[in-house]
Design a protein around this ligand. Structure first.
Ligand code: AMP
Length: 212
C-alpha cells in the first residue's frame, strides 16, 4: 500500500506532483494547507483561529495540525493509501505521524529559494471560485480573469512578498531535521524540483517505479 509524504519548500510544485501521483495510484491527497484554507473560507471556529497565522505565512500550532491530520486519516477514503502534502512540517509533527502510521515513501522536491520565490509570486487565485492559476505555468486565457467563472484574479495574502519570505524562512528552520528523520529510516527519495513539471514527474515515476 502506498502511504506517501511529499515534502519540499512552498512553491516547489509538490501540490502539482501530488496530483499526478494521486491519479497514477488512485489514492487521495491530504493537503493540510487546503484543509486549513477551507476552514477559513467556511468561517468555522478553527478557520477563525488560524486566519491571522495563515495570512502572515506562519505555521498553525502543532497540536491543531496533528489533530486535523489524525481525524482526516480516520476517514474511509484513505484505507487504500494516501499522499500527504504539506504535512509533516516540524519534527513534532514527524514524530506524531510516526506513531500514527507507517509510511512507505517520502518524496522530497528540492528547489532553490530564488526559484520558489519567483514561482510563488506568480500565483493567482480566483476571488469568486478559488481556482488557482500561475502566470508562469498555468496562465488564464484572458489576463486577470478566471477561466472557470470569469471572476477576478487576486494574489492570496500569503503570496505577498513579505509572506513569501516568511514562509521560506520558516521552511528552512524545520526542513533539515524532518529530512534527516526520513533519511535515517531509509524511505527518503530526493527529486530535483527545478526542471519542467514533466521532467520532475518523470523523475518521480522512475524513483517510485510507477511505470513497471
Ligand atoms: P501550504 O498550502 O501547504 O503552503 O499551506 C498554507 C499554510 O497553511 C501554511 O503557510 C501554514 O500557515 C498552514 N499549514 C499547512 N500545513 C501546515 C502544517 N503541516 N503545519 C503548520 N501549518 C501548516
Amino acid at each position: 500500500m502506498h502511504k506517501i509524504v511529499i515534502l519540499g519548500p512552498p512553491g516547489s510544485g509538490k501540490g502539482t506532483q501530488a496530483e499526478f501521483i494521486s491519479v497514477a495510484l488512485n489514492i487521495p491527497i491530504i493537503s493540510t494547507g487546503h484543509i486549513f484554507r477551507n476552514e477559513m473560507k467556511n468561517q468555522t471556529d478553527l478557520g477563525k483561529r488560524i486566519t491571522a497565522i495563515m495570512d502572515s505565512g506562519g505555521l498553525v500550532p502543532d497540536e491543531i495540525t496533528n489533530e486535523t491530520v489524525k481525524n482526516r486519516l480516520q476517514q474511509d477514503d484513505v484505507k487504500n493509501g494516501y499522499i500527504l502534502d504539506g504535512y509533516p512540517r516540524t519534527i513534532a509533527q514527524v514524530e506524531y505521524l510516526d506513531q500514527l502510521d507507517e509510511l512507505s515513501r517520502v518524496v522530497n522536491i528540492d528547489c532553490s529559494d530564488s526559484v520558489v520565490t519567483d514561482r510563488m509570486a506568480a500565483r493567482r487565485t480566483c476571488s469568486k471560485c478559488g481556482t488557482d492559476f500561475n502566470i508562469l505555468f498555468k496562465p488564464t486565457k484572458v489576463d486577470g480573469v478566471c477561466d472557470q467563472c470569469q471572476g477576478q484574479l487576486i494574489t492570496r495574502t500569503d503570496g505577498e512578498p513579505d509572506a513569501i519570505k516568511e514562509r521560506i524562512y520558516i521552511y528552512h528552520q524545520q526542513d533539515d531535521p524532518v529530512l534527516d528523520f526520513y533519511k535515517n529510516k531509509g524511505i527518503l527519495i530526493n527529486i530535483n524540483g527545478e526542471p519542467s513539471i514533466e521532467e520532475v514527474w518523470q523523475q518521480i515515476r522512475e524513483k517510485l517505479n510507477l511505470d513497471s
